[in-house]
Design a protein around this ligand. Sequence first.
Ligand SMILES: Cc1ncc(C[n+]2csc(CCOP(=O)(O)OP(=O)(O)O)c2C)c(N)n1
Ligand SMILES: [Mg+2]
Length: 409
Amino acid sequence: MLSRACVRGFGLGAAAPRRQAYQIAKRTVTTDAASSHADKADVPDSEDEPFPVKLSDESFETYELDPPPYELMTTKKELKKMYYDMVAVRRMEMAADRLYKEKKIRGFCHLSTGQEAVAVGIEHAITRDDAVITAYRCHGFALMRGGTVKSIIGELLGRREGIAYGKGGSMHMFAPNFFGGNGIVGAQVPVGAGIAFAHQYNGSKTATISLYGDGASNQGQVFEAYNMAKLWKLPCIFACENNKYGMGTSAARSSALTEYYKRGQYIPGLKINAMDVLAVKAATQYGKEYTANENGPLVFEFVTYRYGGHSMSDPGTTYRTREEIQRMRSTNDPIAGLKQKILDWEVCSEDELKSIDKQARADVDKEVDEAEKMAVPDPTPKILFEDIYVRGSEPAYLRGRTTDETYYY
Ligand SMILES: Cc1ncc(C[n+]2csc(CCOP(=O)(O)OP(=O)(O)O)c2C)c(N)n1
Ligand SMILES: [Mg+2]
């Protein structure tokens, strides 16, 4: 009764205007994955000789920042590797999807199908000394940071040879200079600023990419991290992966300002067509140079799209139309976009590209198979209590749920 009276009292009852079921966020940067251009005459015979690619004028939008150069140098070898990497990430996510449906993977599982150009483009722009931290949609990043398919799928299957010894699962994967895999929405953003502080403190001239979603972007801790990073000129790129939805809530329903690249206010920003892996690479390369050279932080908005639901338990079709998903898949797909460019620029023949595709799938399938064959851990207290502390640094004992479950190391 009380709550009803309150609702009426504040005028939010039946008379209040109904919210629109679908509010469409305005996105001005193109999401065309095949929008960059190269002159065939510039493409050399050699695999390693650089040649220029011109990004579309609609690849970026800036906030208080000069745009990155629209011309990007690349090589045949790099384009093929980018293609291989994106196919591998997608194939691995598809394997996770299958294993989940077969009930071999349990618990939470969030796939990044559609967003591959973000993880791959970033990795091709930074070095292994730069750092990356992200939220729970992390499998592709773990792979790009040096994890193996076998260790990632092994982790999802709870195997001891998994990338986090089978104790982390989908949301908690780590690799050198990859700080997860974090399940608490937004919590990784200030941790990313802290990693950037460590880089600055050690004088390493490296940068940290601190990723979060559109759904995390309104949290107070994000703005607290912005503030400290700006005050201390930290080498941090705060990078919002705007895939249009946070669970089932569209960006327009959750954010008063959906231009996430402007949300740093006193921090320059850049909005990027993140369906084009080359635009992601160009932006990240530029951002790394900028932040690692004592110019302070940047706020990036990677404009992307997730094809699947939020997690395996979400069909992903109740809060958006099937047509929207279909349109993104068929006309803006990052893998198909790069494929088209590789063929248009005659970087390689269709046959060679098909064989790269086949190789990537075969490599992933082989490792998935090996992961499935890894032994299931014994359900013993020894294994349960293992890896709570770094091996070798365990205390004398640790309590379980009750005192009689106390485990002595
Ligand atoms: C602090 C906190 N609040 C709520 C949740 C539940 N939750 C999990 S994912 C999510 C939405 C996040 O969306 P977004 O940041 O856009 O990431 P995306 O799933 O699109 O990659 C929410 C609310 C959580 N994990 N942590
Ligand atoms: Mg989102």
